[in-house]
Design a protein around this ligand. Structure first.
Ligand code: NDP
Ligand code: GDR
Length: 372
């Protein structure tokens, strides 16, 4: 049997890494598009790296960018993929208010560039296309929980760009009979999550506070409610969406919702720290109530969480809760990781990394720290 060939844009990101690993285990030849960067940017996929000087590789990287259609067309022509997973994006909602035009170009028109490349190259019947759509499309929520038929109301340049990508995917499916579909995925996290997304920011900070490397965690809207799952579970659904008889769009979510504040409490609890929150709005603080075990060095009464309004967004998405019934029925979707398990895995990884930093600091080196 000939091996299936997949092309992943955004292969250096959180989902790209899990998906590449998943497809390689399935026996695929996996090609990935990575951006040129002045520093190495392949940390998340270094464990999959194969020496380009050795024959018979099944994991191959190409330079490229979603804003460059010449590049995308050439890579797709060379790779002749059976499946394309378009995961690349400027994926940070807050940053999209700072870089709206770039976000529109990469996240919106980027999807069009790939779809057109498939068409120009005459691959409409061969190449299946997955678009990384998002629960951010629901924005100012019109219905709770949100499902495939819930109306969209995007609330950020990121979400508006992704709305274009969503509809251009549907349009190419209907206009040209392409196998193209949207995975409307709710937030999914992991130890590989970017450090400036709220979950990773929290688990990293809690670990560093416990070890005395950081005093305080500054957050924005702690009342925001999200439906958080594990990225490892979600990439399997991305693949399954491309294995159906006909292309359809699916919501992937856990169906359970927590606040950012609760996420902080759970993460601190993993290290034996109990926090209580006092005050309201910009004056809200998180105070240590008790410390158990030997993992944390902070003291009762320490203020370890504060609000910094710079993290508020001009328009916020207050509540997201997905209804994954369609995916359960048609894809056999079962969210396997609970939020508590996810938090634990992230805290354990960040604590191990903070321990390394602490050792370096104790040995007399200046520990590098960067807050965002
Ligand atoms: P990440 O931010 O971790 O990864 C994004 C990837 O896209 C990185 O590899 C990044 O490269 C790459 N990228 C960014 N801009 C460009 C560009 N112009 N050209 C080529 N590559 C680019 O995101 P996730 O892995 O978390 O998410 C994957 C996709 O799923 C994204 O499209 C995101 O918007 C979407 N999504 C994510 C959800 C989540 O909760 N994680 C939920 C719903 C949708 P580099 O490493 O160089 O920065
Ligand atoms: P989100 O994820 O915007 O949902 O987009 P993020 O983790 O950035 O924010 C979640 C919620 O937490 C609130 N928040 C903060 N967020 C950040 N980043 N930093 C803070 O300090 C902070 N304090 C409070 C936010 O206001 C928000 O309400 C993610 C991305 O992965 C998108 O690409 C994806 O499409 C959606 O999830 C589904």
């Amino acid at each position: 049997m000939t091996q299936k060939v997949a092309l992943i844009t955004g292969v250096t990101g959180q989902d790209g890494s899990y998906l590449a690993e998943f497809l390689l285990k399935k026996g695929y030849v996996v090609h990935g598009i990575k951006r040129r960067s002045s520093l190495f940017n392949t940390d998340r996929i270094d464990h999959l790296y194969q020496d380009p000087h050795v024959d018979g590789r099944n994991f191959i990287l190409h330079y490229g960018d979603l804003t460059d259609s010449t590049n995308l067309t050439r890579v797709i022509q060379k790779v002749q993929p059976d499946e394309i997973y378009n995961l690349a994006a400027q994926s940070h909602v807050a940053v999209s208010f700072e870089e709206p035009e770039y976000t529109a170009n990469a996240d919106g028109v980027g999807a069009l560039r790939i779809l057109e490349a498939i068409r120009i190259l005459g691959l409409e019947q061969k190449t299946r296309f997955y678009q990384a759509s998002t629960s951010e499309l629901y924005g100012l929520v019109q219905e709770i929980p949100q499902k495939e038929t819930t109306p969209f109301y995007p609330r950020s340049p990121y979400a508006v760009a992704k709305l274009y990508a969503y509809w251009i995917t549907v349009n190419y499916r209907e206009a040209y009979g392409m196998y193209a579909c949207n995975g409307v995925l709710f937030n999914h996290e992991s130890p590989l999550r970017g450090e400036t997304f709220v979950t990773r920011k929290i688990t990293r900070a809690v670990a560093r506070i416990a070890l005395g490397l950081q005093d305080c965690l500054y957050l924005g809207n702690m009342s925001a409610l999200r439906d958080w799952g594990h990225a490892r579970d979600y990439v399997e659904m991305q693949w399954l969406m491309l294995q159906q008889d006909k292309p359809e769009d699916f919501v992937i979510a856990t169906g359970v919702q927590y606040s950012v504040r609760q996420f902080v409490e759970f993460a601190a609890a993993e290290l034996g720290i109990t926090i209580s929150f006092e005050g309201e709005g910009e004056r809200e603080i998180g105070v240590v109530q008790s410390v158990a075990g030997d993992k944390a060095r902070c003291k009762v009464g320490d203020v370890i969480v504060k609000v910094d309004p710079r993290y508020f967004r001009p328009t916020e998405v207050e509540t997201l809760l997905g209804d994954p019934t369609k995916a359960k029925e048609k894809l056999g979707w079962v969210p396997t990781t609970t939020l508590q398990e996810l938090v634990k895995e992230m805290v354990v990884a960040d604590y191990a990394s903070a321990q390394r930093d602490e050792l370096v600091k104790r040995a007399g080196f200046q520990a590098y720290d960067y807050h965002e």
